[in-house]
Design a protein around this ligand. Structure first.
Ligand SMILES: [Zn+2]
Length: 469
């Protein structure tokens, strides 16, 4: 974005912007620059010859009742000379994905009614509105471009009336859902939210990563990020920037995803009945599909794993399950380490008033690399500390972390009590071990190894040398 801004608003060439960025302090990661160059070339080639002019201010609709609501889209903005046509361009780091009707509805409305505004500084302030001429928007277009391959899709193209209708139908319900009382939820987006520091929904859990208190700029992290970091800081950094990835999943990782997805959809059923053999896919045919399609012999192994879930299903026990969250997203603000920690447990459920954090693991191996599950799967360690610190609320007495392991030959269920001092201590040690070097790191240098050949972001990494074998 910054490179495009300088090219479009300051008439600087791509080469000189890149040269300037290369000399910048703090240093911008080389992989990031490599990708940026590719992306800007794609973008400029695709939109070469367009007549619309780039617009620097944001388009913002402000609405004040008892609270201030601001509608805007951060996508790039363009308009015709006379201001009658406005266009949003959504840039995707990978391929085009499409936007939800709710997002499109808001963008279409803001394109019609938004007034020019500068970016707020600090971000917690309201958008400062700029003086502007009478608006004459008659037509709105919203396009999306995938910067990996330069493909474009037109997501919305219509008149002022079309934009208003579309907003009424799709955008307004989306806004209403977001702002409705009790609709607060936490997740990765907390990191960018203006209300973060005062938000009642975001638990403050100083020390959840096991690190000492220090003044530092706020960062966001997930346990997956930390695992990537351990392999290679550059990989973690380039992934966190959401650069396009290539062949991210091996066949056995795809199988794990397919098994997860099958079980998750069973657990979403109304009333949460326990899973039975009849819920599993029929044998003698490959049941995997789409993104998680795997060869027949692996699909067969996955089917055996699924059948072993029947003995380990969380809804089997005669428990008092009151609430089930199958797509759980949680965020915690570690106010000591200055980190928003985001988590996606496979399942969270409330059992007789106590939260249970459950993870599902699939493997064809006989044993794990580590003796201790908390070391093998650091996200369990996060679950242990979160529950021990009461970060999810509920009655702590029955809170636990459950790990369901599915193998082709059987299933195991492990339960970890977060209030066992030895387990909590271990969990904190594991998290500290992962998080301390990451929190200190400012440069995210590559750590080349044989793993580079499977790294999905190696394309952008200057330290990568392709192997022949
Ligand atoms: Zn089940």
């Amino acid at each position: 974005m910054e490179i495009l801004d300088r090219i479009e608003f300051n008439s600087v060439s791509l080469e000189s912007v890149l040269e300037d960025l290369r000399g910048r302090s703090p240093v911008i990661h080389d992989g990031h620059l490599r990708y940026a160059e590719h992306a800007v070339r794609m973008y400029r080639e695709r939109f070469a010859g367009e007549e619309l002019m780039p617009v620097r201010p944001y388009w913002v609709v402000q609405h004040e009742e008892d609270k201030l609501w601001e509608l805007y889209a951060w996508w790039r903005r363009y308009e015709s000379d006379d201001g009658s046509v406005r266009e949003y361009r959504r840039l995707r780091h990978g391929k085009i994905k499409g936007s939800s009707p709710g997002e499109l509805g808001i963008a279409a409305y803001v394109a019609v009614h938004g007034r020019p505004a500068a970016w707020p500084d600090p971000w917690s302030d309201r958008f400062p509105m700029l003086r502007s001429a009478q608006q004459r928007v008659r037509r709105v277009r919203i396009v999306e471009i995938g910067l990996a391959d330069g493909r474009v899709s037109i997501e919305f193209d219509g008149s002022l009336e079309d934009a208003e209708n579309y907003y009424r139908q799709h955008g307004h319900p989306h806004v209403a859902k977001v702002v409705s009382a009790g609709g607060l939820s936490t997740g990765a987006s907390c990191f960018e939210c203006k209300q973060m520091t005062g938000c009642p929904a975001l638990p403050r859990v100083p020390g959840i990563l096991g690190l000492p208190s220090r003044p530092a700029p706020l960062r966001k992290v997930s346990v997956s990020d930390l695992r990537y970091y351990k392999d290679c800081p550059a990989q973690a950094h380039l992934r966190a920037l959401h650069l396009p990835k290539e062949s991210e999943y091996s066949d056995s990782a795809k199988l794990g995803q397919a098994v997860h997805q099958w079980i998750e959809s069973l657990h979403r059923r109304k009333g949460h009945p326990p899973c039975i053999a009849g819920d599993m896919p029929p044998s003698e045919q490959n049941w995997t599909e789409g993104r998680w399609h795997v060869p027949d012999e692996l699909a067969e192994i996955g089917l055996r794993m699924l059948h072993h879930h029947v003995d380990a299903c969380p809804f089997l026990a005669e428990s008092l399950i009151e609430y089930v969250d199958t797509e759980a997203r949680r965020a915690f603000h570690d106010t000591a380490a200055q980190v928003v920690v985001v988590a996606k447990p496979d399942l969270l459920y409330l059992d007789d008033g106590s939260w249970v954090w459950r993870e599902l693991k699939t493997t064809q191996k006989e044993s794990w690399f580590h003796d201790d599950l908390l070391e093998e799967f650091p996200q369990l360690a996060l679950g242990v500390v979160a529950l021990a610190r009461g970060a999810l609320g509920g009655d702590p007495s029955g809170s636990r972390v459950e790990v369901e392991v599915l193998r082709p030959e059987g299933s195991d269920l492990h339960t970890i009590d977060p209030f066992e001092p030895d387990r909590l201590e271990k969990a904190l040690t594991v998290l500290r071990h992962y998080a301390a070097p990451w929190r200190e790191d400012e440069t995210f240098e590559a750590r080349p190894s044989r793993k580079c050949q499977w790294c999905p972001v190696s394309k952008w990494c200057a330290s990568y040398t392709p192997q022949d074998s």
